[in-house]
Design a protein around this ligand. Structure first.
Ligand SMILES: C[S@@+](CC[C@H](N)C(=O)[O-])C[C@H]1O[C@@H](n2cnc3c(N)ncnc32)[C@H](O)[C@@H]1O
Length: 206
């Protein structure tokens, strides 16, 4: 898996751009209010999202299985004089420490098939601290028609039902937002054009 992404990340250009996902940029106020808190950026790629959160004053751990992607993330952080805890690691073997992070942010991690996805979601729910927040962003199956980004594998994409099933009511988790919508995004050449997106914001009970 890492190899495929290493290949996609070759070259100086940032495949998904250097600006954060619109989903995160729209939550800048919340992120600034989270200054000083800890965050795990899951499969953070070239670092556009972790760098944005670090700029908001958040103490970010960024993990991804692509060494090439992470090298670009490090370069981006260095250019902004930001310190981020970078770790090259595979989510299949990631140690999800219990109640470890105030925020857990996963943006476009739809490389995961339904079984792997369940494992990742369980890990995210475990590793977020009580009172902490999970931010998850991806595509709905309608994205297959648009073809403007994503894996093109319908089973890996999220419906509101899939995310409600995974997060609602799980040990009292509270869903603060669950929205599926169409929007034009411009996030590098990787994600560009009319897109069928879905956002989830869920909070672990205190
Ligand atoms: C679509 S990219 C999104 C990157 C980043 N979150 C963003 O929004 O710019 C998916 C990322 O998942 C990473 N990835 C794929 N399989 C992985 C795995 N098993 N463990 C960790 N990261 C993985 C890839 O290296 C790639 O950076």
């Amino acid at each position: 898996m890492g190899t495929m992404w290493d290949k996609r990340y070759e070259g100086d250009e940032y495949l998904f751009g250097t600006s954060p996902a619109a989903f995160l940029a729209d939550r800048e106020q919340f992120l600034r209010a989270s200054a000083g808190k800890t965050c795990l950026a899951v499969a953070d790629g070239e670092g556009r999202n972790s760098v944005f959160m670090a700029k908001c004053g958040i103490d970010v751990t960024s993990m991804d299985s692509s060494e090439i992607g992470q090298a670009k993330a490090k370069k981006l952080a260095k250019a902004e004089d930001l310190s981020i805890n970078f770790q090259v690691a595979d989510l299949r073997t990631w140690g999800w420490h219990e109640n470890a992070f105030d925020l857990v942010v996963a943006i476009f991690i739809q490389f995961a098939d339904p079984v792997f996805r369940t494992e990742i979601f369980e890990g995210m729910k475990k590793t977020v601290k009580p009172g902490g927040t999970i931010l998850l962003h991806g595509y709905t199956p309608k994205q297959i028609e648009y073809g403007t980004g994503g894996p093109g594998v319908a089973a890996n994409l999220y419906t509101p039902e899939i995310l409600a099933d995974a997060f609602e009511g799980f040990e009292g988790f509270e869903i603060e937002a669950l929205n599926a919508y169409d929007k034009v995004i411009t996030e590098g050449t990787g994600h560009s054009g009319k897109s069928a997106l879905i956002d989830l914001v869920a909070r672990k009970p205190v």
